[in-house]
Design a binder for this molecule. Structure first.
Ligand code: F0G
Length: 413
């Protein structure tokens, strides 16, 4: 993306010039009718909500090399309480927490691991705030590859750490933050011959595009006015924007939705870049937010993400931890549920509505990126009022009662 050099797909994840790589697929022809036929047939590999779009995500992988669980096919939800909270009647949520390991990362990982296999790699690595490591560990185990994950020590939610350990990854707890882990994993992969599967790897982006492909197909090819996504390392913002532009260029949609990327206030370098018109995002040495998945101060995909925002006439927003936790509590109490970072999308929708950027009759889809069970600690601490500086406005704390019917009756009266 920096020097403009072109090359065939190979075992590299960064350009020789140090810049990011970008996959360009040429000569693809695909129709709505064919994609709808595949969706109905559910025949392998099209039973995966990623490989249904094979020509658009990775046309070069032989079907027998594809490692799939299968992912995608996630549901879209609406709920009056959520719409009311945001002040947007036509608001829906696509729940990427319904993927096999509980987050959207599986979409990029199935493509990344399949590419690793195509290239003949035996071991893969990533840095992670948790979800990528859970996904990598699972997909590597499925096809008998070794995996090494670099996670910031003490900073990732237990659900995610548990998955990485359980799926058999070698877990390295780096004494530092995610950005330290991201820096060191790149050096380590180069030196130790591991194939890097962070979203710096362009094939991860190609897989994650399928969130947008599937969303638009589920909406019978009628795009919403807005797609809103939580933003950390900025792979997902990049992928969704790239997908929307491709859909338009293939004449599969008539108009482009606007993309909104939402960051946490304490981890907002992309927001600062956007707001202040900077050449590049400032690096935050100590990013801070309760939403540990997006606690990132030096996002690697900022250039791709800015391209996506510009191409879709999009916006970047920031929200506080209080707003994130309130939005999460509303999504949770509606029966849908998500992890904290995911709720940044709804919190962002509310802010953009309040600022008049989204109007009350716009149709809006918030992407919920991760499952509620990823981070039970955050949920329990919120409802029991144990999070410093956060007012649990939607508190639902358990009550302790002695084991007799009188006490129970009293408690429920
Ligand atoms: N939501 C969740 C639940 C995430 O896990 C992440 C990123 C994001 C949103 C942000 O997406 O990085 O593409 O902008 N998690 C990465 C990880 C960093 O290591 O699991 P992004």
């Amino acid at each position: 993306m920096d020097c403009g050099a072109e090359r065939e797909p190979a075992s590299i994840w960064r350009c020789e010039c140090g810049g990011l790589l970008d996959v360009v697929t040429t000569g693809v022809e695909i129709t709505r009718a064919e994609l709808d036929r595949r969706a109905r047939s559910r025949k392998k590999p099209y039973n995966s909500g990623v490989w249904l779009y094979k020509e658009l995500v990775h046309p070069l992988v032989r079907d027998d090399l594809i490692v799939t669980r299968p992912e995608g096919n996630t549901n879209i939800y609406t709920h009056a309480m959520v719409s009311e909270f945001a002040g947007i009647a036509k608001l829906s949520m696509k729940h990427e927490g319904e993927n096999p390991t509980g987050s959207f990362k599986d979409r990029g990982m199935t493509v990344g691991i399949s590419e690793a296999r195509r290239l003949g790699h035996k071991a893969v690595g990533c840095a992670s705030t948790g979800n990528t490591s859970a996904s990598l560990a699972s997909y590597a185990a499925l096809c008998g590859m070794r995996s090494v994950v670099f996670i910031p020590s003490g900073e990732i939610a237990y659900g995610k750490l548990a998955q990485a350990m359980a799926f058999g990854a070698r877990v390295l707890q780096i004494k530092g933050n995610f950005d330290d882990a991201m820096r060191i994993v790149q050096e380590a992969c180069g030196r130790l011959g591991l194939y890097l599967l962070n979203s710096i790897n362009p094939w991860r982006i190609e897989g994650q595009k399928s969130i947008a492909f599937e969303l638009i197909q589920q909406l019978r090819w009628k795009p919403p006015d807005w797609v809103i996504v939580p933003a950390g390392n900025l792979g997902n913002t990049s992928a969704i924007g790239k997908a929307l532009v491709e859909l338009r260029d293939l004449a599969l949609i008539e108009h482009l939705p606007r993309l909104a990327a939402v960051q946490a206030e304490g981890a907002n370098p992309f927001y600062s870049m956007w707001k202040e018109g900077l050449e590049r995002p400032p690096t935050l040495a100590k990013p801070e937010t309760l939403a540990s998945a997006i606690r990132i101060g030096n996002p690697v995909s900022w250039k791709r993400a800015m391209r996506a925002i510009k191409a879709t006439n999009g916006v970047v927003e920031q929200v506080s931890d209080q707003e994130i936790m309130d939005a999460k509590a509303v999504i949770d109490s509606s029966g849908i549920g998500c992890e904290p970072a995911s709720a940044a999308s709804l919190a962002g929708a509310k802010r953009l509505r309040e600022r008049g950027i989204i109007s009350s009759d716009d149709s809006v889809v918030c992407i919920l990126t991760g499952n509620i069970l990823k981070d039970p600690g955050a949920t329990v601490d919120y409802h029991t009022g144990k999070i410093n500086g956060i007012e649990p406005r939607y508190k639902n704390a358990p009550v302790e009662v002695p084991p007799d019917i009188e006490s129970v009756t009293k408690a429920l009266r």
